[in-house]
Design a protein around this ligand. Structure first.
Ligand SMILES: [Mg+2]
Length: 356
């Protein structure tokens, strides 16, 4: 099966409620959809979400990278020459991980369609469901507690709470959520780089002393501060997860070598797709470090690709794939189905995306 063309489309999806973190606020999800055409008439689907403050990728750069660099590099290649094909994607342009991820997932979609298997099975998985957490956006403690109660009533058993704006208020926010939902619900925190190392240790220790029972804290310090991240990891009992500090497999090596984090958050938009996600997961698993599969505010294509990866590998022990539940209207047909807190993969080959 040969690649004959590549196209992109822009889609805009309203969110149910504005998404607010320490870094940004948005009420609409804008994505680029990629369609790879083949000589057999089969189409591979991929998608990318621009998260300028994290990846540096914007709608125009994603579209330009795909249409002017990545696409021309792979047109004419055979889907059975898969390893070379993916390496071409990565060597065609520097950085631009979101554009690469969109093309990578479309190629895995075609790979599964060509060999007539759902992607999670090709990756070695036997389960087709995974539970996801859901994000409680940063708002007043009262509003966050109400949102938390609402999510629990929808079936969520793990809440991810955005912190990192103001340490004292952060503690009050976490306390109000814990009091609202009781002790049987897991709470994980994401500071999105909002603290410095000492502030993070002080805040996390206070939360520990208050007995608020936090499962993990994501990215307490700025992405490039590996020493700071290690300092936090070494000085608190709560497991620390790297997110923005982990883009590439090379970043993964640095984090593992320095024992800078207890856990890793893999996102396809950061690492450039499933191929690199598999490398990162294999390195982490070899070092006894579990991974979470996370997402940006992606359409159902990106979430479906991430869920296939998550279901394909046992070392992916956690999922933060809530975009599909945060988006009010998604034009994608097929892909994951959401039941309460569970994502269920479709039966179709490849990603199981039907179209849009
Ligand atoms: Mg995060």
């Amino acid at each position: 099966m040969r690649i004959t063309g590549i196209k992109t489309e822009y889609i805009s999806m309203p969110l149910k409620k504005p998404f607010k973190t320490a870094l940004r606020q948005t009420s609409v999800a804008e994505n680029i959809i990629v369609m790879i055409d083949t000589d057999e008439g089969i189409i591979g689907y991929g998608g990318a979400s621009p998260t300028a403050v994290i990846t540096g990728d914007i709608l125009e750069s994603i579209k330009g990278a795909i249409e002017s660099y990545i696409g021309p590099a792979i047109i004419g290649m055979d889907i059975e020459d898969f390893d070379r094909l993916i390496k071409k994607v990565h060597s065609s342009i520097y950085k631009n991980t979101s554009a690469k991820a969109a093309v990578d997932m479309a190629l895995y979609d075609l790979f599964g369609k060509h060999f007539k298997l759902p992607l999670y099975k090709l990756l070695g998985g036997s389960k087709k469901e995974m539970e996801s957490d859901i994000t409680v956006s940063v708002n007043s403690p009262e509003e966050m507690a109400l949102d938390a109660i609402d999510y629990v009533s929808q079936g969520y058993t793990t809440l991810k709470t955005k912190v990192g704006v103001d340490s004292n208020l952060d503690i009050i926010r976490v306390k109000s959520i814990r009091e609202a939902v009781g002790n049987h619900i897991k709470i994980r925190l994401d500071a999105n780089q909002g603290w410095n190392a000492k502030e993070a240790v002080g805040t996390i220790r206070k939360i520990e002393d208050m007995g608020l029972d936090i499962e993990l804290v994501e990215q307490p310090v700025i992405a490039h501060d590996i020493e700071g991240l290690k300092y936090v990891t070494d000085h608190v009992n709560t497991p620390i997860m790297a997110d923005e500090a982990l883009f590439s497999p090379e970043d993964c090596f640095t984090l593992l070598k320095n024992r800078a984090a207890d856990l890793l958050n893999i996102k396809l938009m950061k690492c450039g797709g499933i191929y690199n996600a598999l490398k990162i997961n294999a390195m982490a698993e070899s070092c006894g470090v579990e991974c979470m599969i996370g997402c940006m505010i992606e359409s159902k294509i990106g979430i479906t690709a991430a869920a296939h990866f998550g279901c394909g590998k046992l070392n992916i022990t956690r999922a933060d794939l809530d975009a599909v539940a945060l988006i009010a209207k998604d034009p994608i047909i097929g892909g994951v189905e959401v039941k309460g807190n569970t994502l269920i993969l479709p039966e179709g080959n490849g990603l199981g995306i039907v179209g849009f």
